[in-house]
Design a protein around this ligand. Structure first.
Ligand code: PXP
Length: 250
């Protein structure tokens, strides 16, 4: 058993349940049903990304998740006026701000908080006042960490996508360099009083070194687990990820 102090939260991103649904314009599979299964399997939170183009999660999904799940909802979005209005209406537990680009397949880089600090400060102030824990999805650049702390974010989520890509390509020396940068960034963010999360591209094979970083108290994982669920079911996939995280942290 892993002690309460060391236990890392596992948030499940259910976007790609909606991707499969939307591929056929059907009403199934239902992201809420997946979220409830994840909750039953021990997930600590549900993440869903309402993109400007609504390519997967839709407004009605966010509403159903907000009303239907018993664990925290992490509302991922770009910092736009449209999203602010939806967030202030739904009041999710957490909001994760990401850069968004219509042409990208997934969230490719971190947010440039340092260059957009004034606008982001104005954006997050009402969300904080509404009780949302606001997180910045950033790379490991210390300037972005400092800017996140300065604008009053409660959390930074470190983008593990580059590490995951290098790992998948077998470029292990470079993956190790990236991992070291993530370790340093996690320690630095923690020293500034930020809560530290991480995610993007994490799988059974690459999760352990990230899960072992002591300052990272939450991982958000989606695409791999939704894919794995095709073979073994969502609950079994989540339980196996949980086991690997706990083992890495023990
Ligand atoms: N965290 C954030 C901020 C993300 O944008 C994503 C991808 O939507 C994830 C975590 C999960 O990444 P993946 O689906 O690759 O596990």
């Amino acid at each position: 058993m892993v002690s309460a102090l060391l236990r890392q939260r596992l948030g499940i991103n259910i976007d790609h349940v909606a991707t499969v649904r939307n591929a056929r314009g059907a009403v199934w599979p239902d992201p809420l049903r997946a979220a409830l299964l994840a909750e039953a399997a021990g997930a600590d939170g549900i993440t869903a990304h309402l993109r400007e183009d609504r390519r997967h999660i839709r407004d009605s999904d966010m509403e159903a998740l907000r009303a239907g799940i018993g664990i925290p909802l992490n509302f991922e979005c770009a910092a736009t006026d449209e999203m602010a209005a939806i967030i202030l209406r739904l009041k999710p537990h957490a909001v994760c701000l990401v850069p968004e680009n219509r042409a990208e397949r997934t969230t490719e880089g971190g947010l440039d908080v340092a260059s957009d600090a004034n606008r982001l400060t104005d954006f997050i102030t009402p969300l904080r006042e509404a009780g949302c824990r606001v997180s910045m999805f950033i790379g490991h650049d210390p300037r972005q960490i400092e800017a996140s702390a300065r604008i009053g974010a409660a959390v930074v989520e470190l983008h593990t996508g580059h590490y995951s890509d290098l790992h998948a390509e077998g470029r292990m020396d470079e993956a190790e360099v990236e991992l070291n940068a993530l370790r340093k960034a996690a320690a630095y963010a923690h020293s500034l009083g930020l809560e530290v999360h991480a995610g993007h591209g994490l799988t059974y094979d690459n999760v352990a070194p990230i899960a072992a970083i002591p300052e990272i108290i939450e991982l958000n994982i989606g695409h791999f687990l939704i894919g794995e669920a095709i073979y073994v079911g969502l609950e079994a996939a989540i339980e196996e990820m949980r086991r690997r995280m706990d083992q890495a942290r023990a």
